[in-house]
Design a protein around this ligand. Structure first.
Ligand code: SAH
Length: 464
């Protein structure tokens, strides 16, 4: 290990900043954030830095550096563009045992600045010891995305209860379990969902020991149309903390793989007209598992509230008083359209878009055809493969031109994506000889012709 990471308490301590330009300003901001008193020395000093030094109750000397500037400071930063001067500051500081950082010169540093993820009071620091600063910054960017912005609030909340918890539980092991439950359960989830007051109330209850045995909760999560890259951060986080995962056929195996390794996985099926588990049983199972105190993840293809029966599933939970949250996902229409190069609306071609279920009962047509033929409207049919001939026929019969472009997107956004295009008049015939794989989405409208110009995803090009 080349460096030992330590976190430096600079509150109210003088720090010497040699240099008055932009680089010095950047360091000055960080130091001021940490509560340091800035002493800036340079012949010329950036106006913002001047202000920063003043508000930090420090001072600015508009002159060259002198060795005596080191008197009484706890940390020194050399940020001038004069290498010799920077080196001199470093030698002086090290001779006096004062930690020193020289910007962009790791060899002259006794301490270095890491890349920082700030969720105060929670702070993550990453460094490559100056060998690969860009890599350290990229890793920081990854960590930024892993740690929800509200973690800081959660840490702040726990700080307020720390003494109380320590007084109540003498045993270290007990305290560890207590906090693990706080940070991974409903209290943390309340804070992440923006309900700080609720989190605080639950935590107060838990500390006072009045909390009932933890009631489980349910996360109704949209997994997007197939490409795992289209998951939301929140979806991924909940997938990694759930105890049980209920998923159906629409959820890509690669996505199920991203769930916590030791989570129990339950396949609840659902094919068109052939449900592995009837909907009522799924609803009931969610309730039963949550009542056992489990964190239950109901993972659904696309968005749970778009042809996903998500509303029905949470109705039962709400009725039984089980806590739940709904995480939106990218619906098949958005995902397939983007990956196939078909904008769903376009100033010139479509001013509205309509999502329709093409699941026609017994082949009978109960769709509002007259509404569906309005001009300037893109239609997206979910579950429309079986009904496709009827859909095309009825749209033409009600007055939409047989030349209207249509696309059928199979397994959109996945590496198996294929796109078939034709017109209302021709597409059903073109598909007869093709072995179409579910799921498929049908897009009807002038916008379909734009894909020749706009397609970018490999599968978008493959199967006309
Ligand atoms: N809640 C889902 C839709 C469920 S209904 C969502 O918001 O996307 C199931 C229908 O969604 C399928 O019949 C198909 O029409 C469509 N679908 C879902 N994923 C798809 C995909 N990757 N490619 C094409 N169609 C898809």
């Amino acid at each position: 290990m080349d460096f030992l990471p330590l976190f430096h308490n600079l509150k109210g301590r003088p720090v010497l900043l040699v240099g008055g330009g932009e680089v010095a300003l950047r360091k000055g901001r960080l130091l001021a954030d940490a509560g340091a008193v800035l002493r800036v020395v340079a012949p010329q000093v950036d106006a913002q830095l001047l202000e920063l030094a003043t508000t930090s109750l420090g001072r600015v000397e508009l002159r060259g550096y002198q060795a005596a500037d080191l008197d009484g400071v706890g940390l020194v930063i050399a940020a001038t563009d004069d290498e010799a001067l920077n080196a001199q500051v470093s030698v002086h500081a090290q001779a006096r045992g004062i930690p020193v950082n020289v910007v962009d010169a790791p060899k002259l540093c006794s301490v270095i600045f890491p890349a920082i993820v700030d969720r105060s009071p929670l702070i993550v620091a990453v460094t490559s010891g100056g060998d690969a600063p860009v890599l350290a910054r990229l890793i920081r960017a990854k960590i930024e995305t892993w740690i929800p912005a509200t973690y800081g609030q959660l840490a702040g909340l726990s700080k307020r209860f720390r003494a109380q918890v320590k007084a109540k539980f003498a045993d270290v092991q007990q305290r560890r379990v207590f906090w693990e439950e706080v940070f991974q359960g409903p209290i943390a989830e309340s804070v992440f969902a923006g309900k700080l007051g609720e989190g605080e109330r639950l935590l107060a209850e838990k500390v006072s020991g009045a909390a009932p045995k933890s009631l489980g909760e349910v996360y109704l999560v949209g997994a997007g149309p197939g490409d795992p890259d289209l998951l939301t951060f929140r979806a991924l986080r909940l997938m990694q903390q759930a105890d049980v995962v209920l998923y159906d056929r629409l959820v890509a195996p690669e996505i199920v793989e991203l769930c916590r390794r030791d989570a129990e996985r339950v396949y609840v099926g659902k094919r068109r007209a052939e449900h592995a588990l009837p909907q009522e049983q799924i609803n009931q199972q969610l309730v039963t598992l949550a009542k056992q105190g489990k964190r239950v993840l109901r993972l659904k293809g696309g968005d749970p509230f778009i042809f996903g029966r998500g509303g029905e599933e949470i109705e039962e939970l709400a009725a039984q008083g089980i806590p739940f949250q709904v995480v939106p996902g990218i619906t098949a229409a958005s995902g397939c359209a983007a990956y196939a190069g078909i904008p769903l609306t376009h100033r010139d071609y479509a001013q509205s878009v309509r999502f329709v279920t093409g699941h026609l009962q017994d082949g009978s047509c109960n769709l509002p055809w007259a509404d569906l033929i309005a001009p300037g409207q893109t239609l997206v049919f979910y579950m429309g493969l079986t009904g496709l001939p009827v859909i095309c026929e009825q749209l033409i019969a009600h007055g939409r031109g047989p030349e209207t472009p249509v696309a059928l997107i199979q397994q959109g956004t996945t590496r198996h994506q294929r796109v078939f295009t034709g017109t209302l008049g021709s597409l059903p015939g073109l598909l007869v000889a093709q072995a179409i794989q579910a799921p498929t989405l049908v897009i009807v409208g002038e916008v379909v012709q734009l894909r020749e110009k706009l397609a970018w995803f490999e599968g978008a090009q493959s199967a006309d």
